[in-house]
Design a protein around this ligand. Structure first.
Ligand SMILES: [Zn+2]
Length: 308
């Protein structure tokens, strides 16, 4: 009889769940949109029914555990979300215990970027590397730190919040209360905002700005300047992480990776300029693309019960 675990990734707009065996093979997967507008009860019952469905489909195989990744600041001991832009109605509510009660099974609640970092370490770009940092570049920027193969959670569960590290003193205001957070200057949302300010267009996505960067006209110059700024901000954050951890691997993931050719050179130049540790350990330090894409969070969430 096979053993498997279930990972859930509750994103900004969708809910995905997967049954994954101990070798990292995905046995089954459910992807659905969840209606966040309908509030807490709808989201909780969507999570519970996705897990129940997978359990039924896996038949007689043994469920070894359930991990749930959510965007937001987590209190790991209590299984609470204390701050989340996407899921305010789940704040300060016993999310983990309620899911666990309805399923009659143990559940681990984790920050989604932490779960993604663990997934990459398990079977992605970090396989075989025990110590790494992952930055997830999306509408916001998440961060996860893995030390000796385990997530570094800090005292409460809020470690690794690289998205809210200051990279521009007195920069753009952020929902967290700070100014100049990395995610206000280097996320897909920040790219779109800069494009608007530079009069490239009102409703451009980061992808559009990536396409514009190819052009040999004034718009191309502006678009490439946006990516240069993104690269500089990422470089400042990475230089800080490298100085702090001296890890062998720093991974970037998310929908903005194709633009690496435009933000990468400035990012690397900035890391080199600002981190002595990097300059001194160049041969042993890698900054690279993650490989699991948006599945990393699913793999990592499923791996949580094993990593405990
Ligand atoms: Zn912030």
């Amino acid at each position: 009889m096979d053993e498997y675990s279930i990972g859930v990734d509750l994103g900004g707009t969708n809910l995905r769940a997967a049954a994954i065996d101990h070798t990292g093979r995905m046995l089954d997967k459910i992807s659905g949109s969840t209606n966040f507008g309908e509030g807490r009860e709808a989201v909780l019952s969507d999570i519970v029914s996705a897990i129940s469905t997978l359990r039924q489909r896996c038949g007689s195989a043994t469920l070894s555990g359930i991990g749930v990744g959510v965007p937001g600041f987590i209190r790991i001991q209590e299984g609470f979300i204390t701050g989340s832009n996407n899921l305010p109605f789940l704040e300060n509510y016993p999310v983990r215990d309620e899911i666990s009660r309805r399923l009659g099974a143990r559940v681990i609640l984790e920050n989604d970027a932490n779960a993604a970092a663990l997934g990459e370490q398990w079977i992605g770009a970090g396989k075989g590397v025990d110590n790494l940092v992952l930055l997830t570049l999306g509408t916001g920027i998440g961060g996860g730190i893995v030390v000796n193969g385990r997530i570094l959670r800090g005292a409460v569960g809020m470690a690794g919040e690289f998205g809210h590290v200051t990279v521009v003193p007195n920069g753009n205001p952020c929902g967290c209360g700070n100014r100049g957070c990395l995610e206000k200057h280097a996320s897909a949302t920040a790219v779109a905002a800069m494009a608007r300010l530079m009069q490239l267009g009102e409703d451009l996505t980061a992808r559009d700005v990536f396409e514009l960067a190819r052009r040999h006209d004034e718009k191309g110059v502006k678009a490439r300047e946006i990516w240069r700024i993104v690269g500089e901000c990422l470089g400042i954050a990475l230089a800080t992480a490298i100085n702090t951890f001296n890890f062998p691997l720093y991974l970037l993931s998310g929908g903005m990776l194709p633009a690496w050719e435009y933000f990468g050179p400035e990012m690397m130049r900035t890391v080199e300029l600002r981190s002595f540790t990097y300059r001194a350990t160049k041969a042993e330090t890698r900054i690279a693309m993650a490989t699991l894409g948006n599945e990393a969070g699913l793999y990592g969430a499923a791996y949580l019960p094993r990593a405990e």
